[in-house]
Design a protein around this ligand. Structure first.
Ligand code: PLP
Length: 393
């Protein structure tokens, strides 16, 4: 059996999405900036995709800017806002210590450029509070950037409450919603954010296309200089195939969201329950509330996550032991350390992430395979030997 259980890393491209993008790889090759009919045709398709994205997150189409990925959207929001407003407001930024590398590394680079960043610590379930944000605000705070949902453990932050605090103190608020869009309701009006990042490949569009929502009246500086595309804010001839795909994908992903969330959550709950019952000495790192429907992160103590992944792969199961961008790196995940796991337990963690394409049979298959793998690896572990000896004393 083959089980793709790594949908937080990327998703399978939906065949309906492939169908929607095909015209851009064929007859719809005009440049949308040209005024003859071939160009106008492309412009119309581009406008339609922008409307689809805007509708899905409840904003005006003019507030959507297409980008190349979630990383670009994050970089643009953070660098663009600070560059435009730092002189007037100051150089202090507030964020959390569990952001994706797209945000964390941008902020770390900016610290070297003279910005000051407060990285708020999360609690043991991966949450911050609006009070923590309020307490960190200073007269020179220019931007708050807090992710909507965490890519490793699935915790969902109190975005609406943070937005209220940001508004009261007149500070811009950006959220990285790359793991949220297409998986939980995302409504920028209700959330009250000024900027929001999203990425197509997390909800069944291809890689290489994302978007940034920028509330009307908010003016991030450009990251790049060039032509007049995206109302002169994000130059470069449009990735038409990717844009048509992201429009179709977001429409499909949000069409039956409540139903889909309930289904995906049933897979998550069965897996967590099954793991806890079948494998002694494990710790569930996914929080018990305010969490993504499809994410399961668990530490299986006394074994190595990497070995577990290899054996899962040999059994046809794709999962991950940290975020995909960080694998190949032997440091334990910064998110798992931030929720207080010691290094050795963080090292033994595995993340499964589901979408509507997964089935309960697949979950049962994981539950058949994983306990055997845990048992086999523990039998090779001197640490496990000690635990067993202590238990028999
Ligand atoms: N932010 C979060 C929370 C993510 O999970 C990811 C990708 O894993 C990104 C940003 C980066 O998105 P992209 O891969 O489109 O650059």
């Amino acid at each position: 059996m083959f089980v793709y259980a790594d949908n937080a890393a990327t998703t399978h491209i939906d065949p309906d999405v492939v169908k929607a993008m095909m015209p851009a790889l064929g007859e719809l090759y005009g440049n949308p900036s040209t005024i003859y009919s071939k160009g106008r045709e492309a412009r119309e398709a581009l406008d339609k995709a922008r409307e689809q994205v805007a509708k899905a997150i409840n904003c005006r189409p003019q507030e959507i800017y297409f980008t190349s990925c979630g990383t670009e959207s994050d970089n643009w929001a953070i660098r663009g806002i600070t560059k435009h407003y730092a002189a007037k407001k100051g150089k202090h930024i507030i964020s959390t210590n569990i952001e994706h590398h797209a945000v964390l590394e941008t902020l770390k680079a900016m610290e070297k450029e003279g910005y000051e960043v407060t990285f708020l610590p999360v609690n043991e379930e991966g949450f911050i509070t609006a009070q923590q944000v309020e307490d960190a605000i200073r007269p020179d705070t220019v931007l708050i950037t807090v992710m909507t949902a965490n890519n490793e453990i699935g915790s969902i932050q109190p975005i609406e409450e943070i937005a209220k605090v940001a508004k009261e103190h007149n500070v811009f608020f950006h959220t990285d919603a790359v793991q949220a869009v297409g998986h939980i309701p995302v409504d920028v009006q209700k959330m009250g954010v000024d900027l929001l990042s999203l990425s197509g490949h997390k909800f069944h569009a291809p890689k290489g296309v994302g978007a940034l929502y920028v509330r009307r009246g908010v003016l991030p500086d450009n990251l790049m200089n060039g032509g007049g595309q995206e109302r002169s804010r994000r130059p470069g001839t449009e990735n038409m195939a990717g844009i048509l795909a992201i429009g179709a994908a977001i429409e499909k992903a949000t069409a039956n969201l409540e139903r889909d969330m309930a289904y995906v959550a049933s897979l998550r709950d069965r897996l967590i329950d099954g793991i806890v019952k079948a494998i002694p000495h494990c710790k569930v790192n996914t929080p018990s509330h305010d969490r993504l429907p499809g994410t399961v992160n668990v530490s299986i103590k006394y074994i190595e996550g990497e070995s577990m992944l290899l054996l899962l792969d040999m059994n046809g199961i794709c999962a991950t032991s940290g975020s995909a961008c960080a694998s190949g790196d032997l440091d334990p995940s910064h998110v798992l350390l931030a929720i207080g796991l010691p290094h050795e337990i963080a090292h033994g963690s595995v993340r499964f992430s589901f979408c509507t394409e997964n089935t309960m049979e697949e979950v049962e298959y994981i539950l058949e395979v994983l306990p055997k793998i845990a048992q086999r690896l523990r039998e090779m572990s001197p640490l496990w030997e000690n635990v067993k000896n202590q238990e028999t004393l």
